[in-house]
Design a protein around this ligand. Structure first.
Ligand code: 6YU
Length: 503
């Protein structure tokens, strides 16, 4: 390979770090990462709630088993518990939905009966799995996941449920809660925005989802330690990537480079190749100015079509638990929602109704009594505009109402604000209504397009949004970084092969 090729990576999230690591392994020595913020890790962001380590961004290794490169690295760096690494955990195939032990509370302040609620959850899961099958079968009975789930759930409830109306309504209200949960999983405002036919493109890997006891950022630290110390230029937001020799620099001496990266502060960096790992949320916002010449139309359209939504967390610490000892997830069921809704009618007054419930941070010996509330969509984006105190008040009121206990008061709160992160603009990618795998391929396609006479692979694209089946995950992002590094390696190996054969 031409080890002196000058390569710039924009963004120091896991995909950018992965790309740098792989390029260096391939023998490229002229590699730099340009990062807008003062830290590496991007959407992997470990924070603190008092003395507790909490994940503001990515939470789990989804599908921790041998095929998952994040799991492999985490094992290599010894960052996981023995239990997470056990054969038993690796072989558990749970289709992306960990079997959490639930507690259900209703808005009238009652704890709900698991025997009554359980079958409603099972129905939801069965329908949800059905949604994932349409991709392979090629049919799409409805345009979106939300519409399909609602139609089928209401039909089955009407035809098969035999309880009294009040119990039926409560079970349907639980399905509204489940829809709100799926909004968090998919990172969307409503499941009515998620395309049904493409939904099954997302692939789950075997393994019981696990966390990093010392924080997800331990993975970032270990990976960064293996890179040259000065590889990252921090606090340098990139304004524009000029390609095809369109940036004329008076100071250019010696050889010329096809690409110039221009930062917001006016600094410029020249390169043979640039790997852009910027999140889709940022690309959507700056799609017209981030590249010069601008992105080709089909790429722009795919950026517009793909979905990128917000999912936020609200961590709360309590003196003592109001949930049962074995409880792993708390569902909040609104009595007045039997019509399967996953959006609120008035965001300003009712945003809190979008919070589906809480996961319990375990083990208790380490965390004490800490819950993580989950909220997606426009309601979540509105929550970000409120003060921490206002959020605390709203959540306290909510918990008091659902438990019927007017004295419960969280001790501490920490929430994420991913929509207001200027270099992310949301949480992660979903396949919106009308999207297909081709949109993801378009996003990942390097510039210039095939058939052009100019120098190939000037601008390349990595990041979670560019992986067909693992979008929205850390392992997906990592694989795309490696993919682009390998693409350059293959390019130069082929080139040198051609030169040798000419000699
Ligand atoms: C996972 C999980 N997880 C929760 C929440 C969030 C995410 N994910 P990065 O953004 O990291 O890096 C880009 C860098 O570029 C960044 O540093 C920027 O500052 C920089 N940059 C931007 N603009 C720039 C500019 N102009 N100039 C210079 N630099 C610039 N993933 O595996 N497990 O539990 C979760 C979760 C709240 C926000 C997650 C999870 C997603 C991952 O965090 C994310 O994909 C990667 O970190 C992205 O890395 P990257 O390098 O691409 O970008 C069936 C079905 C449905 C499908 N959905 C399945 C559900 C699975 C998703 N679950 C997620 C859930 C949680 C809870």
């Amino acid at each position: 390979p031409a080890v002196d090729a000058k390569i710039l990576i924009v963004g120091c999230g896991i995909s950018g770090i992965g790309a740098a690591q792989r390029l260096i392994q391939h023998g490229f020595s002229n590699v730099r990462i340009i990062e807008a913020t003062s830290r590496s890790g991007g959407r992997i962001k470990t924070g603190r709630l008092g003395s507790n380590i909490v994940e503001v961004g990515a939470n789990w290794i989804h599908g921790p088993s041998q095929e998952n490169p994040v799991f492999q690295l985490a094992c290599h760096y010894q960052l996981l518990s023995k239990e997470s690494m056990s054969e038993e955990n690796q072989s558990a195939d749970i289709g992306g939905h960990p079997p959490f032990v639930p507690n259900w509370f209703s808005s009238s302040g009652r704890k709900l009966d698991p025997d009554v609620m359980g079958p409603a959850v099972e129905l939801f899961m069965t329908l949800f799995e059905k949604c994932q099958e349409f991709h392979a079968s090629g049919e799409e009975p409805m345009p979106t996941v939300g519409e399909f789930l609602k139609r089928e759930a209401l039909r089955i409830a009407h035809e098969e449920w035999e309880e009294d109306q009040a119990t039926k309504d409560l079970k349907l209200a639980l399905l509204s809660t489940m829809l709100k949960l799926e909004c968090c999983v998919s990172g969307t405002h409503t499941m009515d925005d998620v395309g049904l036919g493409a939904f099954g493109m997302y692939k789950t890997l075997p393994g019981l989802d696990c966390t990093f006891p010392g924080g997800y950022d331990g993975l970032i630290k270990h990976m960064m330690n293996e890179l040259p110390a000065d590889i990252v230029l921090y606090n340098k937001p990139v304004k524009c990537v000029h390609w095809n020799n369109t940036y004329k620099q008076s100071s250019s001496k010696g050889r010329t480079y096809p690409v110039t990266v221009e930062c917001v502060n006016g600094e410029t960096f020249e390169a043979d190749h640039v790997i852009v790992t910027i999140p889709l949320g940022y690309l959507k916002k700056h799609q017209d100015t981030l590249l010069h010449p601008p992105l080709p139309l089909h790429k722009l359209h795919s950026i517009q079509r793909m979905g990128f939504g917000t999912n936020n967390k609200i961590f709360l610490e309590f003196e003592k638990p109001f949930w049962s000892e074995d409880c792993e997830v708390i569902y909040l069921v609104w009595d007045d929602e039997p019509d399967l809704v996953d959006v609120v009618s008035d965001v300003k007054t009712a945003w809190i109704k979008k919070l589906f419930g809480f996961t319990v941070l375990k083990p208790m010996e380490r965390f004490g009594h800490v819950l993580c509330g989950w909220i997606a969509g426009h309601e979540s984006e509105y929550m970000e505009t409120l003060t921490e105190f206002e959020v605390l008040q709203a959540v306290t009121q909510l918990i008091r109402r659902f438990t019927g206990n007017p004295t419960i008061a969280p001790k501490k709160l920490l929430r994420s604000q991913w929509f207001h992160e200027p270099y992310t603009y949301g949480s992660y990618t979903y396949v919106a209504k009308g999207c297909s795998g081709y949109d993801i391929d378009n996003l990942a396609e390097p510039l210039p397009l095939p058939g052009s006479n100019s120098q190939p692979l000037q601008v390349m694209f990595a990041g979670e949004a560019t992986h067909r089946s693992f979008f929205s995950t850390v392992h997906g992002a990592l694989i795309t970084g490696w993919r682009e590094a390998d693409r350059l390696h293959t390019h130069y190996t082929t080139l040198s092969g051609q030169m040798i054969s000419k000699l």
